[in-house]
Design a protein around this ligand. Structure first.
Ligand code: SF4
Ligand code: SF4
Length: 454
């Protein structure tokens, strides 16, 4: 195990541009993960990943047990779906997600005995996690187990993990880069997993690296999380895993910025980490890989943060996929009187929503509730050409041009200014003195570009 400090890294532990917003992590950072009691029902949208929905393989009235497959990902970029509880399929219907998408979903009513409390915690995150067994598996066996388990990236993007870790003869992977930055303000779910289940992360990393035949395994953690660095370091003793200590800056956890900060490599515009020999995933996903491969258990639960001054008792929770946002918030004492905006995820990259019956999905990292004091009320004024949005854009884009092109539906201008390279980090909106909702406009423009291609 090697601890790599910023100055020793080829990328010097940071990237150009970006911002330093208040992190507000103290609201939930010290709250140990609590297991939410089994809800009366769970709602499982058939799309839990970037890509194609899975196909339901259950009918109403079918009895299911926790861990049983209820959906099959038939397409290449699709994942399997499993029931997180023992119960009965009530019906199949439609549900709406915070991003506004309406999706077919399976509704399961809880019935019978359930694994809960400490026993569930131990089953999902508890040790022991053997570190010496990756060698007994073929890479393809690990990749297949990850596929079977329906694992997606738990950092928020929800890209199917089996696609990332499949052995690929066309692209050699040198490095498995694991994202432990959790740079999004407010969220602390990854931090708690690093503190409480470092063994699962290390075991998952060793198995993931074997799946892609990576020579090097590096976990990147920002220097505002010294306790997590210490826990991972201790757990990684005797392994080849390196821990890179990075300078705290938003959006350090985005894949291109993390690769730049650690390895000093530029992922080409429109390219993927694999173009520079890197497979990228986050710490929570590693814990899911360990459970999927070693214990042969599918991804049915995840850790989320429920936080913000608009929640009575901010917490980190282990929840079944499909739990309603309302149930999660109720468990944390409900909303405060001055709650003003509820966001799926964190305030920089999340989506505001109002319907609390929406379910937690595999890609939900948290729920952040802002108060009236937290929410900016300023009205938009004209662009003053200050250039601040350009100064902070980590992708070196011209956000003001992209927003203007989106607002006027000028897709050729949007294309000319590389709108699809924007990964919606929100830095430009954060600094704009004219309060122009740049990222929202750019998001709309990207949707128009995608629609025009169909
Ligand atoms: S243009 Fe996109 S990538 Fe650049 S700062 Fe704005 S949201 Fe982030
Ligand atoms: S930060 Fe806002 S005001 Fe300044 S150039 Fe960009 S869009 Fe215009």
């Amino acid at each position: 195990m090697e601890l790599l400090q910023s100055k020793d890294l080829p990328g010097k532990g940071s990237f150009s541009h970006g911002i330093h917003p208040p992190d507000n992590k103290s609201l939930s950072r010290d709250a140990a993960i609590e297991v939410v009691p089994t809800p009366k029902r769970v709602v499982l949208p058939l799309l839990q990943n970037i890509g194609v929905p899975s196909k339901s393989i259950v009918q109403p009235k079918k009895q299911v047990v926790a861990g049983e497959a209820i959906g099959v990902g038939e397409a290449f970029i699709s994942t399997n779906l499993h029931s997180p509880i023992n119960g009965v399929v009530e019906n199949t219907g439609v549900c709406t997600l915070p991003n506004g998408r309406h999706l077919p979903a399976i509704y399961i009513k809880a019935e019978g005995e359930q694994l809960s409390g400490q026993a569930l915690y131990e089953d999902v995150l508890g040790g022991p996690w053997p570190k010496d067994c990756p060698a007994i598996y073929y890479p393809s066996t690990i990749s297949k187990a990850i596929h079977e388990a329906g694992i997606v990236g738990l950092g928020g993007a929800a890209f199917p993990t089996h696609v990332k870790v499949r052995p690929d003869d066309t692209k050699m992977i040198d490095t498995l880069m694991i994202n432990g930055c959790e740079c999004e303000p407010y969220l602390t779910n990854d931090y708690r997993v690093m503190l409480e289940a470092p063994g699962a992360i290390i075991a998952g990393a060793l198995h993931g690296a074997r799946a892609v035949s990576a020579r090097e395994i590096i976990i990147g953690v920002e220097d505002n999380k010294p306790a997590a660095i210490e826990r991972l370091k201790k757990e990684a003793e005797g392994t080849v895993i390196k821990i890179a200590v990075l300078k705290t800056k938003y959006p350090q956890g985005s894949e291109k910025q993390l690769i730049k900060a650690v390895l000093g490599l530029e992922v080409p515009l429109g390219g993927l980490p694999s173009d520079v020999g890197v497979a990228m995933s986050n710490v929570g996903t590693m814990a899911a890989i360990a459970r999927g491969v070693i214990r042969e258990k599918p991804l049915t639960h995840r850790v989320i943060t429920v936080t913000g001054r608009g929640v009575s008792n901010p917490k980190n929770l282990l929840v079944p996929i499909g739990l309603s946002m309302q149930d999660a918030i109720d468990y944390c004492g409900g909303l405060t009187k001055d709650a003003a905006r509820i966001i799926a995820g964190g305030p920089m990259m999340g989506f505001a929503f109002s319907n609390l019956s929406m379910p937690v999905t595999k890609g939900t990292s948290g729920i952040t509730v802002l108060t009236h004091d937290d929410v900016r009320k300023e009205n938009e004024t004209s662009c003053v050409r200050c250039g601040r949005c350009v100064d902070v854009c980590p992708m070196q884009l011209v956000p003001t041009k992209l927003a203007m092109a989106s607002r006027h539906g000028n897709l050729s201008l949007a294309h000319q200014y590389n709108i699809m390279a924007c990964f919606e980090c929100g830095c430009c909106t954060y600094v704009c003195p004219a309060h122009i909702k740049l990222v929202q406009l750019i998001r709309m423009g990207k949707a128009m570009v995608v629609a025009s291609r169909k």
